[in-house]
Design a protein around this ligand. Structure first.
Ligand code: HEC
Ligand code: HEC
Length: 235
């Protein structure tokens, strides 16, 4: 905690004051300005704090932008980020979103997790086909065939830490502080799954090797688009 509090103020002025004066020795590039972000979001390891921090490089820009606004405006809670984003304009957040979206960084290897074969089979079915009886669409139908997301609003699901994925489902299902206050298509889907399924899905996703990137050519079916319509435009 002490570490965050000391480091963040050093970078805040660079980040918030995009066009302001900078010391001559620091080049005024986006890479420099987002150092306040990459102390947490560089995801080099799967140990310590990196075991939780989500990867953001390569995610669709509209998705990243929406999340930044949620953190800034209190719809998604994580205080160290809320402080950084407090006075940031939408325009500058969009610039940051495009910057991270265009970054192509290598992915860490998948996590080594064991699962029962029947669990794997069940999750494969939810991912590819969903469960119509329970009104759960296939995860692939919104997150793309490769689960790498669909530009510009749907995030990829691979290359994320197990601890992070589990926490997102936890907050959607429990109305938690982090992400669960507003009901949306994803919280609704999370609530249709059983506890066991959520645990197994998080494991299954964290075990997958990553290939591909968010797709622009894939189209969401109109009814899926409608289901998530409140999340699919830049507010
Ligand atoms: C102190 C560590 C820390 C700093 C600094 C930080 N983040 Fe985060 N970030 C996190 C954590 C932890 C989460 C996940 C919070 C949660 O569980 O909802 C997150 C979530 C995100 C997400 C959502 C990811 C997703 O897949 O939904 C985005 C986008 C993001 N951060 C961008 C940024 C940007 C841009 C900055 C710099 C302005 C920044 N972060 C600074 C730790 C940090
Ligand atoms: C109807 C479309 C739709 C379906 C089906 C769907 N999702 Fe999502 N999902 C979304 C949207 C939209 C978001 C982004 C939410 C936001 O903007 O906050 C999302 C976000 C997520 C995230 C958060 C990613 C991150 O980086 O934080 C996870 C994890 C996730 N979905 C898992 C799943 C799983 C697993 C399934 C299948 C059981 C599934 N989703 C099915 C639309 C869908």
């Amino acid at each position: 905690m002490k570490y965050c509090c000391l480091i963040i103020p050093l970078f805040i002025s660079n980040l918030v004051n995009a066009s302001g004066s900078l010391s001559i020795t620091v080049p005024d590039t986006m890479e420099e300005r987002v150092k306040a972000c990459t102390i947490c979001h560089n995801n080099k390891d799967r140990i310590g704090r990196d075991a939780y921090y989500p990867r953001i490089a390569g995610k669709p820009a509209g998705y990243i932008f929406n999340q930044l606004k949620h953190f800034r405006d209190g719809r998604r809670y994580y205080q160290p980020m809320a402080i950084l984003l407090e006075n940031m304009s939408d325009e500058y957040m969009l610039e940051i979103a495009h910057y991270f979206s265009s970054l192509q960084l290598p992915y860490p290897p998948p996590e080594e997790i064991s699962m029962q074969p029947e669990e794997i089979e069940h999750i494969n079915m939810l991912i590819r086909l969903g469960d119509l009886d329970r009104s759960i669409p296939a995860c692939q139908s919104c997150h793309g065939k490769l689960l790498m997301g669909i530009k510009p609003f749907i995030p990829g699901l691979l290359g994320l830490p197990l601890a992070y994925i589990s926490a997102q489902f936890g907050s959607w299902r429990n109305g938690g502080l982090m992400r669960g206050q507003d009901s949306n298509c994803m919280s609704e889907i999370a609530n249709l799954l059983t506890d066991k399924e959520v645990v197994a899905i998080a494991k299954w996703l964290a075990m997958q090797p990553v290939s591909g990137e968010p797709d622009q050519s894939e189209l969401l079916l109109p009814k899926l688009f409608h289901r998530c319509s409140e999340l699919m435009y830049l507010k």
